[in-house]
Write a protein that binds this ligand. Sequence first.
Ligand code: ZN
Length: 459
Amino acid sequence: MERIMSGAYRKLLVPLCDPDQYRGLSARLAELEQFETLHPQEQAAILEQRTRSLLDHAYKTSPYYRLVFDEVRFRSVDWQYGQPIPLPELNRELLRANMESLCSRAFRPDELRRFSSGGSPPTAMWRDVEAQREKAALEWHLNRLSGTAGARILELRPADRQQDGDMSSLRPTLQERIQGRFNALIRNADDDTFWNLLRFMNRRKPEVLRGPASLLAMFAEWLRGCGMAWHRPRRVIATGETPSPESRQTVTETFGCMVTRQYVCPDIGILATECEQGERLHFHPLSSYISLAPAGQSSEGSIYRLIITDLLNHGMPLIRYDSGDSVLFDESPCPCGSWYPSVSAVLGPTIENLILPDGTVTAGVPIVTRASRSFRSVHGVQLIQRAPDTMHLRFSSDDNSGAADRELGVFRKTIEDAFRIPLRWTLERVAAIRGETSGKVRAAVCEIPQDEHGRPLKH
Ligand SMILES: [Zn+2]
C-alpha cells in the first residue's frame, strides 16, 4: 500500500519538480500503452512514418546530414521500415568533431537541453525538450512493464578519476528524494566504496539496484565476505555487458531477488529491456531503429556491431550511430512472441574483443572480469593481445610480498584455460591502469590487425 501511495505521489509531484522531463507524463504513458495494443502492421506503419520524418527533418535542418545524404544520394522516400538506412555510420569521434553542424537548425538554443553522455570521457550531448519528455516517458513505460516504475532506485555508475563527484553524491538532492533515484558514482571498486554503498543501501532501502553487471557481481561478492547484514532490493537490473551465468547466480543469491537486464547506450540512454521467456533484450521500436553489422564469429554465434538510430532526438539527430558495443543475435522468433528487435547478449565494447587460436572472436571484458575474481593485492589489469598466442599484461599493485604474483598466476591460468593453449606472456607493472586518449580504460585490447568485419588479417 505504501508503495502504491508513494508511486502516485511521485507521479503527481515529479512533473511539477522536473517539467523538462516529465510534463505531460500521464498523457504520454497512455499513448505508449495504446501503442502496445496495436497490431504489428499498424505499429510498423507508425514507426515507418516516424523514422522517415526524423530522416527528413535531419536532411532539412542539420547541415551535417544534408552533406551526408547528398554525398550518397539518399532520400528517405527510397527507404522502407525494416530495410537498412544506406547512410555512413556516425561514431563518437565524428560526433565530437561535428557537434555544431549535427544540431538541428529548427530549434532555438533555449529549446535544446544539454545532457552529459555516460561514456568516458563524458561528452556534452543535446536533445530537444519535447524528445526529452518522450524519452523520459518511454523509460517510465519500460520500467512499468518490468514492475519498477516509480520505485526507489540506487544506480551504480562507474566514474573516471577526472570526473566530478564521488560517493558524496550519495547525499541526494530534493529532486532525487522525490524521484526516489540515487546515483552512486564509483571510481574504485574497493573496500571504502563498498562500505559506503552498504551503509547507504541499509539506510535508504532502495527497491531496485541497477548498474553494470561486472560491478554488481563484485559488490555481491564483497557483501558475502563483509560480515554485515545487507538490505535486499526486490529487483536487480544489470546493464552493460551480459553477465556470465556464474555472475548472474552470485548476484541472484546474494540479493535474493530476480536479476533482469537492460541495455543502456551511454550516449543515448536506455534502449532495451529483457523479456523473461526468451531472456533476450528487446529494443523498444519507438525509441530506436537498430541495425547489426557483422563483426566476426564466436563460439556462441555470430558477433555484430550494434548500430543505432535514435528516434527520440530531433535536436541533435543521431542516425546510424555506432554504439561501440558488440552483440549476439539470434534470428529465430523470440519465445515471448514479441516482434520487437532483440539480441541475445551484449558482449561489451567491440574494441575489447579478443581472438582465439582458431580465429573466432570472443568478448574480452567477461574473460578479464572472470579471471580477475581472486584479486585482492592487484588493483587493476589490462590484457593486451599482441598475437593469437602472445599476451602483454599491465597491472598495478603496491604489493611486494608475492601475493600479487600469486593472484596474477591465477589470472594467467584462467586466461589460458579460455584460450586452451599455452600463451606467451610479458608483464609490466604500472602505477595505475591509464585510459586511452579518449579517457576510456579498456580491460582488454586486441592489437592483431583485423579487417572491417573484425576478422584477423592473414599474413
Ligand atoms: Zn522476448
